[in-house]
Design a protein around this ligand. Structure first.
Ligand code: KG4
Ligand code: ZN
Length: 336
């Protein structure tokens, strides 16, 4: 049995979790800083770093207590080392290294998006390749394929804004709260998704995404038709994002021969996207694995899960290995 403590501080969530064998969650604590940043309409990096410093000790202590373990009971300590906000990453990585040193256990640096990929294994430990995962978060939008050889390969990515970023920007435009995704989803429930036919950028163009034109289309529509109810605008915008994401995910499955489609990242918590992917996968004869909403948004259980597999595949990360705010997802074996 491999028991890993995972730590996540790449953005505005301070999180720690204990996971056994990369699949069984023993504890998962997420302390959100949403209230702290809400009044600024976005994450303020300096405030995030300070809040992580204040919270990290108690969040880790609670994760260990909830799991009924202590440092001696761990086999490794994993933390996200990139990509993310530099000052925020440093807090989690420094904490993980300090705990690793004190406990005499290995430290494992984890890529944030690789961690998102592993959330689905926590949902379904039997999940196996070939599969394609749509990672849709505030910072990134990409499709990653995992082949039968266990190697993962980026299939497509956004050429401009991330899907979550588009949700957040459109929410701000519509005077909704922060973070924008859940607000748009809430307001859209009372709207007509067919009220406005917003553009579906790059719909017929391979596996890459573009969301900045869609955002601009909403800006222009708002300016030209201020009388249209916000609910209709939100529902129509959401429908455009959902259609593009679903079509591209299913197309990537067909192109790579995957028999399973997976969702990951904060936007994967969106009910309209979950319904569309579930229905589309069923119609195409594919299996769909949709992690619980709490595993889609940033959490540390996915970090511990990825850390366990990364440790088995590559061994520990050197303690002089720093944070990498712009880290790209490498093209290599995921250890599936
Ligand atoms: O993965 P995540 O928690 O953090 C990053 O790694 O970025 O994703 C956060 C993003 C935000 O842009 C937020 O607006 C979006 O996920 N999000 C949603 C929903 N819940 C969170 N977008 C659409 N619908 C939701 N229900
Ligand atoms: Zn994330």
């Amino acid at each position: 049995m491999t028991r890993v403590l995972g730590i996540e501080t790449s953005c505005d969530e301070t999180a720690a979790a204990v996971v056994d064998d990369g699949t069984a969650i023993r504890s998962s604590v997420v302390s959100s800083q949403v209230d702290l940043h809400a009044r600024y309409g976005g994450v303020v990096p300096e405030l995030a770093s300070r809040a992580h410093v204040e919270l990290i000790g108690s969040v880790v202590a609670r994760a260990l207590a909830d799991a009924g373990t202590d440092l001696a009971g761990l086999d490794a300590i994993a933390a996200v080392h990139g990509p993310g906000l530099a000052g925020a990453l440093i807090v989690g990585v420094s904490a993980a290294k300090a705990l690793a040193l004190v406990a005499g256990k290995p430290y494992v640096g984890v890529h944030h998006h690789e961690a998102h990929l592993y959330a689905a294994r926590l949902e379904d430990p039997t999940l196996c390749p070939p599969l394609v995962t749509l990672v849709v978060s505030g910072g990134h939008t990409m499709i990653v394929g995992v082949g039968t050889d266990g190697a993962y390969r980026p299939v497509g990515a956004t050429v401009d804004d991330a899907a979550g970023e588009a949700f957040d920007k459109v929410a701000r435009l519509l005077d909704l709260g922060y973070p924008g995704g859940p607000e748009i989803e809430r307001v859209a429930r009372d709207g007509d998704p067919a009220a406005i036919l917003f553009p579906r950028p790059m719909l017929h163009d391979g596996a890459d995404f573009s969301f900045s034109g869609l955002k601009t289309a909403v800006v222009h529509h708002r300016r030209d038709h201020p009388e249209v109810p916000v609910a209709d605008v939100a529902a129509s915008f959401q429908a455009a994002v959902v259609e593009v994401c679903t079509v591209k995910l299913l197309r990537a499955a067909a192109a790579t021969g995957a028999d399973t489609v997976v969702l990951a990242g904060g936007v994967a918590a969106n009910a309209a996207l979950r319904e569309a992917v579930t229905a589309g996968a069923a119609a195409a004869g594919l299996r769909a694995v949709l992690p619980a909403r709490g595993l889609c948004t940033d959490n540390a259980a996915m970090v511990a899960a990825a850390g366990a597999f990364r440790l088995a595949a590559d061994g520990p990360t050197a303690l002089d290995d720093g944070v990498a705010p712009g880290l790209r997802l490498p093209d290599r074996s995921a250890g599936w």
